[in-house]
Write a protein that binds this ligand. Structure first.
Ligand code: RB5
Length: 147
């Protein structure tokens, strides 16, 4: 898969670990920053990553900030993005199966790195169930059109 990854300073170390993990798994990774622990603003990085998913340039995206909250809120402002903030494996699997999430948000100050990587794997391997869930996704898309 072609994946875009982004973080602010609060998610930097986890983002670096995610990049290495994804590359080791054979994915193509686009890392749009940030590139250090110097303080930056998460909306800028969320927008960079989310735009690449919304445009189809990347298949899915993974974004990280300290809590995972700010960067997920920001990514979800881009039309077509369904960014799920997950803190456990069940949430990561359901975000794919029921919500067809195209982006995963994680908290770099919330999760230990090895555990966070299990959420990344769950998110990437799980399919979308479709069926009744597609109807709900269509309703979300309609809300974007009406906004
Ligand atoms: C940065 O200090 C922190 O506010 C940010 O990484 C994130 O947790 C926001 O939701």
């Amino acid at each position: 898969m072609k994946l875009v990854v982004a973080s602010d300073h609060g998610g930097f170390s986890l983002k670096q670990a995610i990049v290495l993990h994804l590359q080791a798994c054979g994915h193509e990774v686009v890392d749009v920053g940030t590139n250090s622990e110097t303080s930056v603003d998460y909306p800028f990085y969320a927008k960079k990553a989310a735009s690449m998913v919304a445009s189809g340039a990347c298949d899915r995206g993974i974004v990280v900030c300290g809590a995972g909250v700010g960067i997920s809120i920001s990514a979800n402002k881009i039309n077509g993005i369904r960014c799920a903030l997950c803190t456990n494996e069940f949430m990561a699997r359901m975000a794919r199966r029921h919500n067809d999430a195209n982006m995963l948000a994680l908290g770099g100050r919330v999760l230990a790195i090895p555990y966070a990587l299990t959420l990344v794997d769950a998110f990437l391997e799980e399919p979308f169930d479709g069926g009744r869930h597609q109807r709900r996704i269509d309703q979300i898309t309609e809300m974007e059109r009406d906004a």
